[in-house]
Design a protein around this ligand. Structure first.
Ligand SMILES: Nc1ncnc2c1ncn2[C@@H]1O[C@H](COP(=O)(O)OP(=O)(O)OP(=O)(O)O)[C@@H](O)[C@H]1O
Ligand SMILES: [Mg+2]
Length: 207
């Protein structure tokens, strides 16, 4: 993935959260953006994920401009995944039902095909035994791993992660980072924002 940002500004009322941001990366498989709390990381990630439209400026990913119109954004969002700090799983559904939801409702798979598609990843990440539990019955690390799997089972070109471990204790943080590490190299690029100076990918900022 190659990312170019030109003169990006995001303004909410009088508050300018991103002010004329420009950035150009080389070709990277994973990118970590580090910044202080309140610095605009979530704002930037939401724009990159096609959830918000900036006030001004342009973004190109792999030489394609990010769409600004609702139809274009909807199509774009179908090709990427997003994971938030707070998991955003549906509380009344089991982990399994949370996982198949986007496959059935966004990608049009039958329920049977969706269940088949999540079977192997659930086993691989030791989540099969928890698949019938609702989010309240799972640990924070398990919830976040389900949230990451839910984003990954649709095989997105890019996965955007907004401080995916900030609500977790060190042991659960390790579980989640191990999972992200294991998912690298599967054809999905990762963009992660964090305020933690320790690089979650275990090396220099981007590669
Ligand atoms: N929709 C909005 N309307 C008004 N102000 C907003 C909106 N979204 C974000 N802000 C403001 O923009 C600033 C940056 O917010 P943002 O959530 O992007 O920061 P952050 O770097 O992700 O912070 P944190 O590390 O705490 O998650 C904050 O001052 C916030 O109050
Ligand atoms: Mg944030």
């Amino acid at each position: 993935m190659q990312l170019t940002i030109h003169h990006l500004t995001q303004q909410f009322g009088k508050v300018r959260v991103l002010d004329n941001l420009s950035l150009e990366t080389g070709s990277v498989g994973s990118l970590v953006l580090v910044g202080p709390s309140g610095g605009g990381k979530s704002t930037l990630l939401r724009i990159l994920a096609g959830l918000d439209v900036p006030t001004s400026g342009t973004i190109e990913i792999d030489n394609a401009g990010l769409p600004r119109d609702e139809n274009g954004l909807r199509a774009y969002r179908r090709t990427v995944g997003t994971v938030f700090q707070s998991y955003n799983l549906f509380p009344h559904l089991s982990a399994r039902e949370n996982l198949i939801l986007p496959l059935v409702h966004v990608h049009g798979l039958t329920r049977e095909a969706a269940l088949e598609q999540i079977r192997e990843p659930l086993e691989r990440f030791q989540l099969a035994a928890h698949a019938d539990k609702r989010p309240a019955e799972l640990s924070g690390g398990q919830n976040q791993r389900i949230a990451i799997l839910r984003a990954m089972v649709v095989r997105p070109t890019r996965l955007f992660l907004d401080e995916p471990t900030s609500a977790l204790d060190p042991e659960m943080t390790a579980e989640v980072l191990d999972m992200i590490e294991a998912l690298k190299g599967t054809g999905t690029d990762f963009v992660l924002v964090t305020h933690a100076m320790t690089d979650p990918f275990g090396g220099p900022g981007c590669r």
